[in-house]
Design a protein around this ligand. Structure first.
Ligand SMILES: Nc1ncnc2c1ncn2[C@@H]1O[C@H](COP(=O)(O)OP(=O)(O)OP(=O)(O)O)[C@@H](O)[C@H]1O
Length: 200
């Protein structure tokens, strides 16, 4: 499996953010997208996820599921945790499993892996920032998708949480998945660097 971008351009609000961007990621590989604030890291993840339309170039996944689009084979984990505060932890995960569809792993097992087994019946609105992030990570484990697009994924995680997430990312790569992560700091695993818009 190979994710490739060729000559990708991005325009936001009528202004060019980047152009002519080439990138590749193969199965089992992580790419760390690095660049100064406003250079277009989030925009690149959203282009791959199909949430924005490229101003130029192509983005394609070779060797994936031929019946599915690239966005259907991606998980996009944004800055903000997409959670419904009135629903419990377990209900949020179940919502995402239904919404995303496809093959699902055991939700309780996913919550245990991210350290939220004790909080399954708590409304998500009561969670701390780090706990909300952990719940978002559980979504990646419950619905299996090969391409993880992660926007500063370790934000709000404590040191143990960062170690836990490092392990989850390594497991994902060992299963032939790939990761494209926008980051200002170390990702916690070996990654190919993709610099956009000059040095951070
Ligand atoms: N909806 C929008 N309309 C107009 N311009 C936008 C919009 N969203 C983002 N931009 C602009 O696009 C540029 C790239 O933003 P983006 O969020 O991709 O950068 P980033 O590299 O992820 O930044 P940071 O490191 O601060 O998170 C910025 O100049 C931003 O102001």
């Amino acid at each position: 499996m190979q994710l490739s971008g060729r000559g990708v351009g991005c325009v936001r609000g009528g202004r060019e953010v980047f152009s002519g961007l080439d990138f590749d990621a193969v199965a089992g590989e992580a790419v760390a997208v690095i660049g100064r604030n406003g250079s277009g890291k989030t925009s690149l993840l959203r282009l791959i996820a199909g949430l924005l339309v490229p101003a130029g170039g192509t983005i394609a996944l070779k060797g994936g599921d031929a019946e599915m689009t690239l966005p259907e084979q991606c998980h996009y984990l944004g800055h903000r945790d997409a959670l419904k505060p009135a629903l419990t932890v377990a209900e949020n995960l179940s919502f995402w499993a239904d919404f995303l569809g496809g093959e699902c792993s055991d939700a309780a097992e996913s919550l245990a892996k991210v350290g939220l087994a004790h909080a399954t019946h708590l409304p998500a609105g009561f969670l701390s920032a780090g706990q909300r992030r952990r719940l978002s990570l559980a979504r990646l484990l419950t619905v299996r998708r090969p391409v993880w697009l992660l926007d500063e994924p370790t934000n709000a995680l404590d040191v143990a949480g960062q170690d836990m997430f490092g392990g989850l990312m390594r497991d994902h790569l060992a299963r032939g998945g790939m990761i494209v992560a926008a980051t200002h700091g170390p990702l916690g695993l070996d990654a190919r660097e993709l610099r956009i818009g000059g040095v951070a």
